[in-house]
Design a protein around this ligand. Structure first.
Ligand SMILES: Cc1cc2nc3c(=O)[nH]c(=O)nc-3n(C[C@H](O)[C@H](O)[C@H](O)COP(=O)(O)OP(=O)(O)OC[C@H]3O[C@@H](n4cnc5c(N)ncnc54)[C@H](O)[C@@H]3O)c2cc1C
Ligand code: FES
Length: 367
C-alpha cells in the first residue's frame, strides 16, 4: 500500500518536472513573440521592443531606467511599476514583495514580468529624468578596512542633477568573477551642489560581484557607467528637528545631506547617531567634527557596540538603538533619516516609535 503510494507520488513528481522543463524549453525556443509595444503613462511614450524579455530589461534598453539593486534577480523588490494590461499573472517570485494594497493597484516587479504581448504601464514622471552617464574614476581611497571611497568624474553627460540622499546604479562589466554585466545601487555621498562628481562609499561584501570588482579590480582612470538619480530618501524642507541614524556605508547619503545643509545655512536642531562595531569601523570623524563647527545646532554622536581595549574609546558605547533611547527624550517634533542594514533600521523604527516620532516623518534606505 505504502509502496504503491510512494511510486504514484514519484511518477507525479517526475511528470511535473518533465512538464516544467518542456514549458521552459518551449518558452525559450518556440516562443517567438515578435515586436511588442510598451505604452507608458497613457501612451505619452510608446516603445517597440523584442517580445519575450523581462519588462525591466526592455525598458532599460530603450533608455527608461527603473530602480533596481539586484540587477533583475527578483531579490531587492525595488523595480516596481504599475502594469495596467498585458503583464499576465503574478509569479510566485513577485508575491513576497507585493502587498495586498499594491496588488489591488496592479503593481508588479518589472524584472519578473515578461513582455509577450503589448503592455501598458504607469511609472513616475521623474523616472524619465534618469540618465545613463559615462564617468571616469578620479580617486579611490580606503575609509576603513572594508569601505572604499570612490570618486567618479562625469564625462558624458558632464553634469548630474540630484537631491542629497539619492542613489545611482553602478554598472559592473563582465570580469573574471562574473560572466555577466550586473548593476547595483549606491548612495551618493557627494553634495548636490557638485554636479560634476559622484562620490560613493562602498563596503566590501565577501564574494559580492560589484563590491569585489570595486575593491579588487577598479583603478583610477577606469571608465564606469552609472545611471540615476533615484530614490525618495532625501531631506524634506521643513523646520522640524532632524535625527540621522546610520551604520557603516549608510554614512554616504547622510554625509551628502549634511553638506547640503551646510551650504544652505540650515539652523535646524540636528543629531547624527553613527554606529560602528569597533574603532576600525569608524570613518570621516574629522569631517563630521568640522561640520559641527560649520552647521549651527548640529551634534555628531559616534557610538561603538564592541569597543576593543586598544581602541581606548571614551565616547558612547552600546547598540545605536540604546544610544538613541538614552539621548533623545521626545521626538514628536522630529523627522528621522535612517540608513544601514535592514535589521538596524527595523530596530531603530521601533525606538523612534517609542519616542513618538510620527511614522510619516521616518525615512530610510535599507542596504
Ligand atoms: C538604495 C540602496 C543604496 C545602497 N547604497 C549603498 C552604499 O552607499 N554603499 C554600499 O556599500 N552598499 C550600498 N547598497 C548595497 C549595494 O546595492 C549592494 O547590494 C552591495 O554592495 C552588495 O553588492 P555585490 O554585488 O557586491 O553583492 P552581491 O553579488 O549582490 O551579493 C553577494 C552575496 O552577498 C549577500 N549580500 C548582498 N548584500 C549584502 C550586504 N549588504 N551585507 C551582507 N551580505 C550581502 C547576497 O545575499 C549574496 O549572497 C545600497 C543598496 C540600496 C538598495
Ligand atoms: S530588480 Fe530587484 S527585484 Fe526586480
Amino acid at each position: 500500500m505504502v509502496i504503491t503510494l510512494l511510486i504514484s507520488i514519484g511518477i507525479i513528481s517526475l511528470l511535473s518536472v518533465f512538464l516544467a522543463i518542456l514549458m521552459v524549453i518551449a518558452d525559450a525556443t518556440i516562443g517567438n513573440y515578435g515586436t511588442v509595444k510598451i505604452s507608458i503613462n497613457d501612451g505619452s511614450k510608446v516603445l517597440e521592443v523584442d517580445g519575450g524579455q523581462p519588462l525591466l530589461r526592455a525598458l532599460n534598453q530603450e533608455g527608461v531606467f527603473i530602480p533596481s539593486a539586484c540587477g533583475g534577480r527578483g531579490s531587492c523588490g525595488l523595480c516596481k511599476v504599475k502594469v495596467v494590461s498585458g503583464g499576465g499573472d503574478y509569479l510566485p517570485t513577485e508575491l513576497p514583495f507585493i502587498s495586498d494594497e499594491e496588488r489591488k493597484q496592479l503593481i508588479r516587479l518589472s524584472c519578473q514580468v515578461k513582455v509577450k504581448t503589448d503592455v501598458a504601464i504607469v511609472i513616475p514622471e521623474e523616472l524619465f529624468l534618469v540618465k545613463e552617464f559615462t564617468t571616469v574614476v578620479e580617486s579611490i581611497k580606503d575609509l576603513t578596512h572594508d569601505i572604499k571611497q570612490v570618486t567618479l568624474s562625469l564625462k558624458d553627460p558632464t553634469e548630474i542633477s540630484t537631491k542629497a540622499g539619492q542613489y545611482i546604479q553602478f554598472v559592473v562589466p563582465e570580469y573574471e568573477d562574473s560572466d555577466e554585466s550586473v548593476y547595483r545601487a549606491y548612495s551618493m555621498a557627494s553634495p548636490p551642489g557638485d554636479s560634476k562628481h559622484v562620490e560613493l562609499e562602498i563596503r566590501l561584501v565577501p564574494n559580492g560581484i560589484c563590491t569585489t570588482y570595486v575593491h579588487k579590480h577598479l583603478k583610477e582612470g577606469d571608465e564606469v557607467i552609472i545611471n540615476g538619480p533615484y530614490g525618495e530618501f532625501y531631506l524634506r524642507d521643513t523646520e522640524r528637528n532632524i535625527i540621522f541614524i546610520a551604520g557603516g556605508s549608510g554614512m554616504a547619503p547622510i554625509k551628502s545631506m549634511l553638506l547640503d545643509m551646510e551650504k544652505k545655512g540650515s539652523t535646524r536642531k540636528t543629531t547624527y547617531f553613527f554606529g560602528a562595531r569597533s574603532k576600525r569601523d569608524l570613518f570621516l570623524l574629522d569631517e563630521m567634527k568640522a561640520l559641527e563647527k560649520t552647521i549651527p545646532n548640529f551634534t555628531f554622536v559616534p557610538a561603538l557596540s564592541e569597543p576593543q581595549a586598544e581602541d581606548k574609546w571614551e565616547g558612547e558605547v552600546g547598540l545605536i538603538t540604546d544610544v538613541v533611547r538614552r539621548m533623545v527624550s521626545e521626538g514628536s517634533n522630529s523627522e528621522a533619516y535612517l540608513c544601514g542594514s535592514p535589521g538596524m533600521i527595523d530596530a531603530c523604527i521601533k525606538v523612534l516609535h517609542e519616542l513618538e516620532v510620527p511614522p510619516e516623518n521616518v525615512f530610510y534606505d535599507k542596504f
